[in-house]
Design a protein around this ligand. Structure first.
Ligand SMILES: Cc1ncc(COP(=O)(O)O)c(C=O)c1O
Length: 449
């Protein structure tokens, strides 16, 4: 079943449509004003100035239409301005915009928590804590994990290549690019990083990804637990089931399963960061489902509300037990964002977007392997696909920026991850034909100079 096309203003067969080479005059003017008043600490790959969105299509201020492989960085799962999500936002806005959950009650937050606990791949009773962003979900997980052990387990283990956000604890847990931490030390103490089994750049020079995963687990047990800290001092191991910002890296199943066994053996919580992978991105509600293991606690944000700022921590009820007054926020579980989230989750179900993401993702991967598989590394699950650009020595290539800029100028909005990976994460509603048109544009951008 293909999802319905809800955006009658746009003929999907006529996208992309680049009428004025970007950045056009209106874009340039807004960029000039932006540079004058907004702190320029962002990444920003090319000058896309957005005016509107239609499902999997974005329109810039000069009237160009782009195929959207970004979804606002893996956020707009149901596409831009899905009518059901927009309608839910409108209806809730007319009732009330805010009434802090930290001190009061309202039903829509409870309904959303009920829905989230029903889809989370954790058995038994679960509870939710609402946040405003991915980084806040990860900060919350660190507090919840340490708090659960009443301060008796101060350490948290995280991974090289990980990205968990920009606030201090999340930044300290991240290790994907030096620029994220440079100038900001000291980091939070008691965070230990261990290798993640990257299939192409295994830190152990293993012969295959499985062996790389085995070495990574041995490193954790023999070198960290055997020489640095006792596992009884570790509250949680925090992992992205697929590394996002680190380069769309899919670890072997056996590695995640082994990690679950080790954490269980030592009473350590397995915390998964599903901020980027969650809510259908990989063709399952949560990416951890692909590995057949149950985590103890999950951090989410991004796609949950199709673009309104919301996040959620979902965990075993026993763990979600911080004392009254010890953790809260003003906006978490905002009623308008909660309405958008409930609508998002029901669109994903009603329009079969999990199956669609898996099917279209496989088609994109197949097409990418055909055009680039002999030279570059194509990987991913569902609509979370990376093409790592490699040089002749199978080392990361240096031309990512140019490939992305050339794609943009031809009408494909796509960004990078890690140092050399093209990051493909379109809205889950993207029609197959449009998705494959994007691959053609990328293919041209890879070939041309
Ligand atoms: C896996 C992961 N965790 C956490 C974050 C941080 O989310 P936010 O930017 O909403 O704070 C991101 C953002 O890209 C992410 O990809």
């Amino acid at each position: 079943m293909a999802p319905k096309w809800h955006w009658p203003q746009i003929d999907p067969d006529r996208v992309p449509l680049v009428k004025i080479e970007p950045p056009g005059p209106k874009a340039l003017e807004i960029i000039r004003r932006d540079e004058a008043v907004i702190m320029q600490s962002f990444t920003r790959w090319y000058p896309l100035v957005v005016a509107r969105g239609y499902g999997p299509v974005v329109e810039d201020v000069d009237g160009n239409l782009y195929i959207d492989y970004n979804a606002g960085i893996a956020v707009t799962a149901t596409g831009h301005a899905h009518p059901k999500v927009v309608d839910a936002i409108k209806r809730q806005s007319e009732l009330f915009l805010h009434y802090s959950l930290t001190d009061f009650y309202y039903e829509i937050a409870v309904s959303l928590a009920e829905k989230l606990t029903s889809i989370a791949p954790i058995s038994g009773q679960k509870k939710v804590f609402f946040t405003n962003s991915g980084t806040e979900s990860i900060e919350g997980i660190a507090k919840i994990a340490r708090g659960y052990f009443r301060g008796q387990r101060p350490y948290i283990v995280a991974f090289y290549g990980a990205f968990h956000g920009r606030t201090y604890m999340s930044m300290s847990l991240s290790a994907s690019k030096p620029v994220h931490r440079r100038y900001f030390s000291p980091m939070m103490p008691n965070v230990i990083h261990v290798p993640y089994p990257h299939p192409v750049h295994c830190p152990f020079k293993a012969k295959d990804p499985e062996e790389c995963g085995r070495y990574a687990l041995e490193f954790l047990e023999d070198w960290v637990f055997g020489r640095l800290v006792s596992p009884e001092e570790v509250a949680a191991v925090l992992i992205e089931p697929i590394q996002g910002e680190g380069g769309y890296v899919v670890p072997p199943k056996s590695f995640i399963r082994g990690l679950r066994e080790i954490t269980k053996e030592h009473g350590i919580l397995l915390a998964v960061d599903e901020v980027q992978t969650g809510f259908g991105r990989t063709g399952r509600w949560f990416a951890i489902e692909h590995f057949g293991v149950e985590p103890d606690i999950i951090g989410t944000a991004k796609a949950i509300a199709s673009g309104l700022p919301l996040g959620a921590i979902i965990g075993r009820a026993e763990i979600m037990s911080l004392p009254r007054g010890s953790h809260a926020n003003t906006f978490g579980g905002n009623p308008v964002a909660a309405a958008a989230a409930l609508a998002t989750l029901s669109v994903i179900e009603e329009e079969g977007l999990l199956e669609h993401a898996e099917r279209v993702g496989n088609e994109i991967k197949k097409a990418l392997v055909d055009i680039a598989g002999d030279r570059h590394d194509v990987r991913g699950l569902g609509l979370m696909i990376g093409v790592e650009l490699l040089d002749e020595r199978r080392r990361p290539a240096k031309n990512l920026d140019e490939v992305l800029t050339r794609s943009f100028k031809r009408g494909l909005a796509v960004i990078g991850a890690g140092t050399s990976t093209v990051r493909i994460a379109p809205p889950l509603v993207i029609p197959e034909q449009m998705a494959l048109k994007g691959v053609e544009i990328l293919s041209d951008a890879l070939k041309s100079r």
